[in-house]
Design a protein around this ligand. Structure first.
Ligand SMILES: Cc1cc2nc3c(=O)[nH]c(=O)nc-3n(C[C@H](O)[C@H](O)[C@H](O)COP(=O)(O)OP(=O)(O)OC[C@H]3O[C@@H](n4cnc5c(N)ncnc54)[C@H](O)[C@@H]3O)c2cc1C
Length: 405
C-alpha cells in the first residue's frame, strides 16, 4: 500500500461522505488516467451514528446520476414527489404545487441517505483509478511547490488538487487560514422515519408552525405509508421530544401536523442535527478546493445542500476535464477560480433562499404572518410564480454542466 500511497495523486479527496464519494465517481468516469485517492475519515473504532436522513434529489441531481450510470439502480430505491402542499399552522394561507400541472414528471426523488451511500460505495469499487483508504483526518495540510501535501496515518502524500469534502474537515481549512461565517439558527432538525395512517401518493408536506418547520417527504415501499420527517425545533423542544415516550412523541407530532398532513402512527428513531449556516470565506486556493459542507452548510428547510454540491461537482468536473485536455493540471488556480466564479450565483441564490424561508416562517409578528400568508396564497394563485418556485427547487435555474456522455 505505502508505495502506491506515496505517489503523486491527481486528486486527494478528504471525506468519503455523499459529496466526497460523488466527486470521486464523477472524476473517475470522466478521465480514466486520473488517479484519485478517497480518504474515508470515519473512525471504524468509534463510528459515527448511521445517517438516518433522507434526501430529496432534485432534477439536476437526477440528471447527473443518470450520466454517472447510477440512476437505473437508484430509482427503485426512491419515491417521486409528484405534489407539494405548503401550509401554515393556524393560518389561512396554503399552496398546492402539482408537478404534472407544470409539465414536470416529479419535483424530486426521495432516497434514504444510507441507500444512496451504499450505491456510491458499490460504484467506487468498480473504478480501478479510485483508491479508497480509511484514515483518521489528516494531521497536517501544507502547500508544496508541486501540489498540496497531506499528512495521514499512512504517511505523507501529495496531490495536484486536495478537496476537503464534508463539514468535519473545516478545521483543516482553518489551519490554512480560511475563515468561516457562521449563523446559528438556535434550532435543531429532528429526523425520523414515520409510518402514516394514509398512503402518501407522492405528496410532500412543508408545514410551518410558530416554532419552525415540519417537512414530510414520501419514502418508497410498504404501501406508500412511510415518510421521512424533518422537524425543526428549539434545542430544548428537540431534547424533550427525543426523551419522550413513543406515544407522547406521536401525539405531539400529530398536533402540529393537523388534518392536512395526515396522521402519524409510528416513528422508528430520532436523530438530531444542529441547524447552522456555515459558509467558507474562500472555496479555492492553488491546489485546494472546499466542497459540500466544508464549503457551504445551510438550513435544511429547502432540501438543497446535497443538490447544490452535486451541481458544484458537475461543473468542477467539466472545467477540470476541459483544462486537462489543454495540458493544464487539476490544481491550477485560474481553473479553480473559474469554477468559483461560475458557481457563485447558484450558491448565493440557494443559500439565500434556504436562509430566508425559515426566518419568514419562524416569525409570529402580525406583519410577518400576513406576508407569508399572502406569499402562500399568491404562490397558489399565480402559475408563473409556481413555475419559478418549482424550477428553483428542481435546480433548473442553474447552468447545466457539460459532462462526458
Ligand atoms: C435534516 C437534514 C435534511 C437534509 N435534507 C436534504 C435534502 O433533502 N436534499 C439535499 O440536497 N440536502 C439535504 N440536506 C443537506 C445534506 O445532508 C448535506 O448537504 C450533505 O450531507 C453534505 O454532505 P457532505 O458530504 O458535503 O458533508 P457531511 O454530511 O458533513 O459528511 C461528510 C463526512 O461524513 C462522513 N460520512 C458520512 N457518511 C459517510 C459514509 N457513508 N461513508 C463514509 N463516510 C461518511 C465522512 O467522514 C465525511 O467526511 C439535509 C441536511 C439535514 C441536516
Amino acid at each position: 500500500m505505502s508505495g502506491a500511497f506515496n505517489q503523486h495523486w491527481h486528486f486527494a479527496i478528504v471525506g468519503a461522505g455523499l459529496s466526497g464519494a460523488c466527486l470521486a465517481l464523477l472524476l473517475a468516469r470522466e478521465r480514466s488516467q486520473w488517479n484519485i485517492l478517497l480518504i474515508d475519515t470515519q473512525n471504524p473504532d468509534s463510528p459515527t451514528e448511521p445517517d438516518h436522513r433522507s434526501s430529496a434529489l432534485s432534477a439536476s441531481t437526477v440528471d447527473v446520476l443518470q450520466t454517472m450510470g447510477l440512476w437505473s439502480t437508484l430509482e427503485a430505491k426512491t419515491a417521486a414527489i409528484t405534489a407539494i402542499d405548503v401550509s401554515d399552522r393556524g393560518h389561512a394561507g396554503s399552496a398546492s404545487l402539482n408537478a404534472a400541472e407544470q409539465n414536470l414528471g416529479a419535483y424530486g426523488h426521495v432516497v434514504e441517505n444510507a441507500q444512496l451511500a451504499s450505491v456510491f460505495e458499490q460504484a467506487l469499487t468498480e473504478f480501478p483509478n479510485i483508491t479508497c483508504v480509511k484514515s483518521p483526518a489528516p494531521t497536517a495540510i501544507k502547500p508544496r511547490q508541486a501540489g498540496m501535501g497531506l499528512t495521514l496515518e499512512q504517511g505523507d502524500c501529495l496531490a495536484d488538487l486536495v478537496v476537503l469534502a464534508g463539514g468535519e474537515h473545516r478545521p483543516l481549512a482553518e489551519k490554512l487560514g480560511i475563515g468561516y461565517r457562521t449563523y446559528d439558527y438556535q434550532r435543531v432538525a429532528l429526523v425520523a422515519n414515520l409510518t402514516m395512517a394514509e398512503a402518501h401518493d407522492g405528496l410532500a408536506h412543508e408545514r410551518f408552525t410558530g416554532n419552525g418547520a415540519i417537512a414530510l417527504l414520501p419514502l418508497p415501499g410498504e404501501g406508500e405509508k412511510r415518510v421521512s420527517l424533518v422537524w425543526t425545533l428549539s434545542p430544548e423542544q428537540a431534547e424533550e421530544m427525543q426523551g419522550a415516550s413513543a406515544e407522547d412523541f406521536i401525539v405531539s407530532l400529530n398536533q402540529q401536523l393537523g388534518s392536512r398532513a395526515g396522521t402519524a402512527l409510528e416513528a422508528d428513531f430520532c436523530q438530531c442535527f444542529p441547524v447552522k449556516k456555515i459558509i467558507a470565506e474562500e472555496q479555492v486556493r492553488s491546489h485546494l478546493l472546499l466542497l459540500g459542507n466544508a464549503a457551504h452548510s445551510m438550513h435544511p428547510v429547502a432540501g438543497q445542500g446535497f443538490n447544490l454540491s452535486v451541481r458544484d461537482i458537475a461543473t468542477l468536473t467539466e472545467l477540470l476535464s476541459k483544462s486537462y485536455s489543454e495540458g493544464i493540471q487539476p490544481g491550477d488556480l485560474s481553473v479553480l477560480q473559474g469554477y468559483a466564479k461560475l458557481r457563485k450565483d447558484d450558491q448565493g441564490r440557494t443559500v439565500a433562499l434556504s436562509d430566508k424561508l425559515p426566518k419568514l416562517f419562524g416569525m409570529d409578528e402580525p406583519l410577518a404572518m400576513a406576508a407569508r400568508n399572502i406569499g402562500l396564497v399568491t404562490l397558489d394563485l399565480l402559475p408563473p410564480l409556481r413555475q419559478g418556485f418549482a424550477r428553483f427547487g428542481a435546480g433548473l435555474m442553474a447552468r447545466r454542466a457539460q459532462l462526458r456522455e
